[in-house]
Design a protein around this ligand. Structure first.
Ligand SMILES: Nc1ncnc2c1ncn2[C@@H]1O[C@H](COP(=O)(O)OP(=O)(O)OP(=O)(O)O)[C@@H](O)[C@H]1O
Ligand SMILES: O=P(O)(O)OC[C@H]1O[C@H](OP(=O)(O)OP(=O)(O)O)[C@H](O)[C@@H]1O
Ligand SMILES: [Mg+2]
Length: 286
């Protein structure tokens, strides 16, 4: 019997993406490490080997073909210049890569010409500046970039912003358009055959996203009001409608988007629906 090849998948080992990435894989039914010092884990039930690596390095391993797939941030993929491409957005780790300078100084992108910009993403930033013909000096820092201006090594910074708290605490304000809208993405190498097992993994991850974004809704309604209520929410393949013991009443089950679900409950109640219940989904295949 020939041994089946393992699909090699890189997962962030620490930082902003690590917990959510492992959580998503777990929710998709894959085994994940339980000890944060483990560097790899073989899920023999699914023929997948997970490698726990720095998110910044993941695009490099995947781009060079040493690993089949990886989870990293779009900003890190772009910064690496690796020969890797996005397969799907994973719905977590969203951030914006932006310029910031001392508050109240009226910074503009044009005024960056001839200035020093500190960043942990020099590859991404240099490409962006080159495309716009802006000549600035980049200072590469590993992290805590927001301190670079106060400490005198830069005039402006380009860094990851989520809530903006870190920037504000450093007395900085954002300027210019968003350089990159980032989030966690699944990546593979640009060239070469599609790795065996990719489709199964992608389907499972998509199922986790659907389960996260939808809710199961149940309610009871008089038969006369059924068309009006199901016109508001008709589910994926049409509503499941069954008879209630109470004469003239029906039970309805539909999948509904999480967003707007409470407004929908109010609207259905107005139309005569009663006993409206929302239930979380654990997983699904649509
Ligand atoms: N506060 C945050 N909120 C959301 N996403 C973030 C945040 N900080 C970083 N990210 C995103 O997570 C990804 C990995 O960044 P992370 O900060 O984990 O790596 P790092 O800066 O190399 O490591 P560390 O900060 O642990 O030294 C990037 O895509 C980045 O945009
Ligand atoms: O807008 P906020 O919600 O404040 O989040 C943004 C901060 O989070 C990240 O820092 P991290 O903890 O990864 O440290 P680092 O700068 O050393 O990478 C990022 O580099 C920003 O500094
Ligand atoms: Mg960081």
């Amino acid at each position: 019997m020939t041994e089946e090849r393992l699909l090699k998948v890189a997962v962030p080992n620490k930082g902003a993406l690590a917990e959510a990435a492992a959580g998503m894989l777990r929710a998709a039914g894959y085994h994940q490490r339980t000890d944060s010092k483990d560097l790899t884990l073989i899920d023999s039930d699914h023929n997948v080997e997970f490698y726990y690596l720095r998110p910044r390095d993941i695009a490099v391993y995947v781009g060079e073909g040493h690993l089949d797939l990886g989870i990293t941030g779009r900003d890190m993929l772009l910064d690496s210049g690796a020969q890797a491409t996005e397969l799907m957005q994973l719905g977590f780790g969203s951030s914006r890569f932006r310029f910031a300078g001392r508050a109240g100084q009226g910074w503009t992108v044009e005024s960056l010409a001839g200035k020093r910009i500190a960043t942990s993403y020099p590859g991404l930033l240099q490409t962006w500046l080159d495309e716009r013909g802006i000549d600035a000096t980049l200072t590469k820092l590993d992290g805590a970039v927001e301190s670079a201006i106060r400490l005198g090594v830069a005039d402006a910074v380009a860094d990851v912003v989520e809530t903006g708290t870190t920037l504000r605490r450093a007395g900085l304000e954002m300027f210019g358009d968003v350089i990159v809208e980032s989030e966690a993405v699944l990546i593979r190498r640009n060239s070469g055959a599609e790795p065996a097992g990719l489709d199964a993994l992608r389907t499972r991850l998509e199922s986790v996203l659907v389960a996260h974004n939808f809710l199961m809704m149940d309610y009871n309604v008089e038969a006369a009001n059924l068309d009006a209520t199901t016109a508001l929410a008709s589910g994926v393949n049409g509503p499941t409608v069954s008879q209630l013991a109470k004469e003239g009443w029906l039970a309805v089950r539909v999948l509904v988007p999480k967003k707007g679900a409470h407004q929908l409950m109010d609207d259905l109640f107005e139309l005569g629906a009663r006993g409206i219940l929302l239930t979380e989904l654990r997983s699904c295949r649509l």
